[in-house]
Design a protein around this ligand. Structure first.
Ligand code: 5AD
Ligand code: SF4
Length: 455
């Protein structure tokens, strides 16, 4: 890696950038955009933080655990800075938004704090830190997040990519900090989104995942002509894009038009992530979710009718304030009824400023732990069962690259988003192959190649 040059040197030498990303895909995409903005300033991404001249921590604050992880990582790089004083350290993302200027007071080694709407200001903050030793915190919410339009390409050779189609959230579920740290909901211009995807397709991307806190309400607020199903339709016209996914969907806004999209758009993958959160209508009401379990069950039935075999995944929160044993049992009953292909489950974590912060009847930690264990055990059964049902079937797999399992394997995904390892090292990333599923595990499948379809 190139040496650091004095600031007044006319030629810009490459500097090394390391970004540590926590949290959701939205943060992963933001990190790609940070890297792109800094690349134009002469920074190159490195895999090892010890080589870096600039370290950015892209944080998450959704649960206390995410916050603790960021705090302990910050402590560690603070230590590094004591040994190598020239490194610039920045904190970005949702926790940076929440802490704001206080982060600079708490952490003397921190050079800048960048909120969720201020990513475009990072190059300037880095320069100020280097040239003038100025420590800045920029966390003002803005109407449009400028960096959302930075057409960063995913890592070289990537077959899959994320595309942010909207920012923020207006739902204010009572457990959720997102509206406070990501601001109000705003959809991105469709023309810009489509252009970004066209560029990605030209560079070899075959699968795009459209990102937003609630993609179902895309375009609704400004009465844009194009709603989310309309956008999906336009994306599926883009040559080179073979698969389209999206996250996340709010069940209350899952329209019949979107369900129909699964009927008519073959490029739309056989998968939907539809966070239900709880199986008790009483708790859903306290959470401010805007739907009940019967509505949820009905929507899942319609999805399964529109696209037989569609994989349904979800999120659960256990131990929300006031969740009694009977309420929790209803979550288990719902799991049995729907049999999700997979789920993420979390213990309710109080967050500062959210509506549920002051709700009474908090559930004891021990009970939360027991409930989480029960949900996860049942999910393992259901996931194993749904994977076992695949054995003997023929499925299309989009190959993404070498497998973590070993050099002899490549790894890809089914439309249902299940990982498939295939013993065929010569298959190129980006090829779609038809495989027969030979074995099923909890988190992956083993496939055997039948014939090479398209590449
Ligand atoms: N505590 C626990 N889980 C939470 N989630 C969001 N906020 C909280 C919280 N305060 C979970 C929800 C959401 C997922 C991204 O994180 O299940 O769907
Ligand atoms: Fe993503 Fe929410 Fe975490 Fe922010 S707080 S990184 S939006 S999961």
């Amino acid at each position: 890696m190139a040496r650091i040059m004095p600031e007044d040197t006319a030629t810009i030498e490459a500097r090394a950038l390391f970004i540590q990303t926590f949290g959701c895909q939205m943060n992963v995409r933001d990190s790609e955009q940070m890297a792109e903005l800094l690349r134009t300033q002469g920074y190159e991404l490195v895999d090892d933080e010890r080589e870096a001249d600039l370290i950015i921590l892209n944080t998450c604050s959704i649960r206390a655990k995410a916050e603790q992880k960021a705090a302990s990582y910050l402590g560690r790089i603070g230590e590094m800075k004591r040994r190598k004083r020239s490194i610039v350290i920045g904190m970005a993302g949702c926790l940076a938004q929440q802490w704001g200027r206080r982060a600079l007071d708490r952490l003397p080694y921190l050079d800048f704090v960048c909120g969720t709407h201020n990513i475009d200001m990072i190059p300037e903050m880095v320069q100020d830190a280097r040239r003038h030793k100025t420590r800045r915190a920029e966390t003002a919410f803005r109407e449009t997040v400028a960096s959302i339009g930075v057409a960063a390409l995913p890592a070289k050779g990537s077959v899959t990519a994320f595309v942010t189609i909207m920012q923020g959230c207006d739902n204010y579920c009572t457990y959720c900090i997102v509206p406070y740290v990501r601001g109000r909901e705003e959809s991105r211009e469709s023309g810009e989104i489509l252009q970004e995807i066209r560029i990605m397709a030209d560079k070899g991307v075959r699968e795009v995942t459209l990102l937003g806190q609630n993609v179902n309400s895309y375009g609704m607020k400004l009465n844009r002509r194009l709603d989310f199903p309309g956008l999906l339709d336009r994306v599926s016209e883009i040559e080179g894009i073979e698969r389209i996914r999206f996250i996340s969907s709010h069940p209350k806004d899952l329209s019949d038009r979107l369900i129909d999209a699964f009927r008519v758009l073959p490029k739309l993958c056989d998968h939907i992530h539809l966070p239900v959160q709880a199986g008790s209508d009483r708790i859903l009401k306290l959470m401010g979710r805007g739907y009940g379990t019967s509505e949820y069950i009905e929507k899942v039935a319609k999805l399964r009718e529109a696209r037989p075999g569609i994989a349904i995944t979800t999120d659960f929160i256990v131990g929300f304030p006031g969740e009694a044993d009977e309420d929790f049992q209803k979550t288990i009953d719902l799991m049995e009824k729907i049999r999700f292909d997979n789920s993420f489950s979390f213990k309710y974590s109080p967050r500062p400023g959210i509506a549920a912060e002051f709700m009474e009847q908090g559930v004891p930690e021990e009970v939360k732990r027991e409930r989480l264990t029960a949900v996860q055990a049942l999910q393992r059964l259901h996931s194993c069962h749904s994977n076992r049902l695949m054995v003997g079937r023929q499925v299309e797999v989009l190959v993404e690259g070498p497998s973590k399992r070993g050099e002899e394997d490549v790894m890809g995904r089914t439309g249902t988003n299940k990982i498939v390892n295939i013993a065929a090292p010569s298959i190129d990333a980006g090829s779609t192959v038809e495989v027969t599923i030979a074995r099923a595990y909890l988190h992956s499948l083993r496939g055997e190649v039948r014939k090479k379809e398209k590449s």
